[in-house]
Design a protein around this ligand. Structure first.
Ligand SMILES: Cc1cc2nc3c(=O)[nH]c(=O)nc-3n(C[C@H](O)[C@H](O)[C@H](O)COP(=O)(O)OP(=O)(O)OC[C@H]3O[C@@H](n4cnc5c(N)ncnc54)[C@H](O)[C@@H]3O)c2cc1C
Length: 419
């Protein structure tokens, strides 16, 4: 059995952010994962995303690890309603312009508060930050439907915002609250880009990939000395700290993590074909959730299309005259939507919860990983004498030197995701 100070379980953005922070501070850890990248999965060419698809300019933590994708403009987004396509620059928007302005004012304020939450989330639990912001707390308690009615947004919501919410939240907007509603509408007030994370996991692991083990965790139990025993497909580990950086449906297999209100499965299908005339030459088409089982139809730079669907076998003939499926991925937990009670991230006794239990998305998952790492670092600084802390840092530094001398490549452990 190998003994380490900390074990991170999960090699998606939250686990990688945690590993990177621990590495930068010279901590002793391993990251155990079935594969690297998690929901940042792409096609082999990295040109098509099969998981997280867009990032906004506000993703300050994750953007440095991406090469920069194409800008997504509102003018290329269409909404399918009553057999025809409309976009935001239409007469119907003009008629509801007062309500739209009201929404934009709320969205701008939300954006400012969300950015503040994210900055603080590197060192504080999301639920504590939420409790200290009365406006965000009220949004979490307000049903999205009530929010829409109060702002006089019913028409615009029906036409544009409910399909937009459904395309990334993967459930009907009225099953959620005003916080998630506004979070999903951030592309309206913030520059938005196609996520280019083909090399993101590799970049994040630069300098510490020797700490990544492609092993699935099968068991986790408390050890007699107050630490934990982790059983994997490849062996066993003893650790003082464990970071659970994986979604509910995976983590619940071996640890009683809190269940978010909604864990939504989604199918992502890449296909080539001849679209029906109404959809031809349109970049992105959103669909009304009550009428369609696909939520979005999205032309890729490769010429193929990506379709998100709540069913494994959507009626694609409705959208295509002919088509051929290139690839299909099922995500048991694609999006997570929390309710009123946000989950604690510090679970006590050296156990930390990362990932998207409270707020879904790459940037917020990233901050949960950094938070867990910072708690581990704070905890060990309190427990260690300065001499011991220096020793640990030096030992890790030597390992790096050994790696360089032996000329091992950082990408050696990069895994393949589901397809
Ligand atoms: C289709 C889709 C579209 C999305 N669109 C967007 C978007 O446009 N913008 C955005 O910001 N976010 C989007 N998201 C959400 C975003 O992808 C997630 O919030 C984020 O990637 C979560 O990262 P994570 O590291 O917490 O979890 P994950 O990425 O799920 O990583 C979990 C890791 O745990 C590993 N694992 C699982 N079980 C075990 C086990 N037993 N042992 C060891 N390892 C295990 C997995 O292999 C994986 O590496 C989307 C998600 C999906 C699926």
């Amino acid at each position: 059995m190998r003994s380490v100070d900390s074990v991170i379980i999960g090699g998606g953005v939250s686990g990688m952010a945690c590993g990177r922070t621990l590495h930068e501070r010279g901590r002793d850890f391993v990251l155990l994962t079935k594969e690297l990248g998690g929901r940042m999965l792409t096609s082999q060419s990295h040109l098509v995303n099969y998981g997280a698809s867009y990032v906004t300019a506000d993703y300050e933590n994750i953007l440095p690890f991406m090469s920069g994708g194409k800008r997504i403009r509102t003018s290329e987004c269409y909404f399918f309603s009553d057999g025809r396509l409309v976009n935001l620059f239409s007469l119907r928007t003009l008629r509801s312009s007062v309500a739209l302005v009201r929404l934009l004012v709320k969205a701008r304020d939300f954006r400012k508060r969300l950015k503040r939450l994210r900055r603080r989330a590197l060192h504080e639990q999301q639920k504590d930050i939420l409790a200290s912001d009365p406006v965000l707390s009220a949004l979490v308690r307000t049903p999205a439907r009530l929010f829409v009615e109060k702002l006089g947004l019913v028409d615009l919501n029906d036409l544009f915002f409910a399909p937009l919410f459904n395309s990334t939240g993967f459930i009907e907007y009225d099953k959620s609250n005003a916080f998630h509603y506004l979070d999903n509408l951030m592309p309206l007030v913030c520059r938005t880009y196609v996520a280019d994370h083909g090399h993101c996991a590799e970049e994040m692991a630069r300098g510490w990939s020797h700490r990544i083990r492609l092993e699935g965790v099968e068991g986790l139990v408390p050890a007699d000395d107050g630490g934990y025993l982790v059983q994997t497909t490849g062996g066993a580990y003893h650790a003082q700290n464990v970071v659970l950086a994986l979604p509910y449906k995976d983590a619940i297999q071996f640890w009683p993590v809190p269940e978010p209100e909604h864990n939504v499965p989604v199918y992502v299908i890449e296909l080539v074909g001849e679209r029906r005339p109404v959809f031809r030459d349109k970049g992105i088409v959103f669909f009304r959730p009550e009428e369609h089982d696909i939520t979005i139809l999205w032309r890729q730079i490769t010429g193929s299309d990506i379709v998100f669907s709540r069913r494994c076998d959507p009626a694609l003939d409705q959208y295509y005259e002919s088509h051929r499926i290139v690839s299909a991925v099922c995500w048991p937990t694609a999006a997570v939507l929390s309710g009123h009670d946000w989950a604690a991230q510090d679970l006590g006794n050296g156990m930390y919860l990362a990932s998207d239990y409270n707020i879904c998305g790459l940037e917020d998952a990233f901050t949960t990983g950094v938070y867990a790492a910072n708690r581990i670092i704070d905890g060990s600084q309190q427990g260690l004498t300065p001499g011991r802390a220096e020793e640990v840092t030096k030992k890790n530094g030597n390992e790096e030197d050994d790696m360089r001398q032996h000329g091992r490549q950082d990408s050696a452990h990069t895994g393949k995701g589901p397809s």
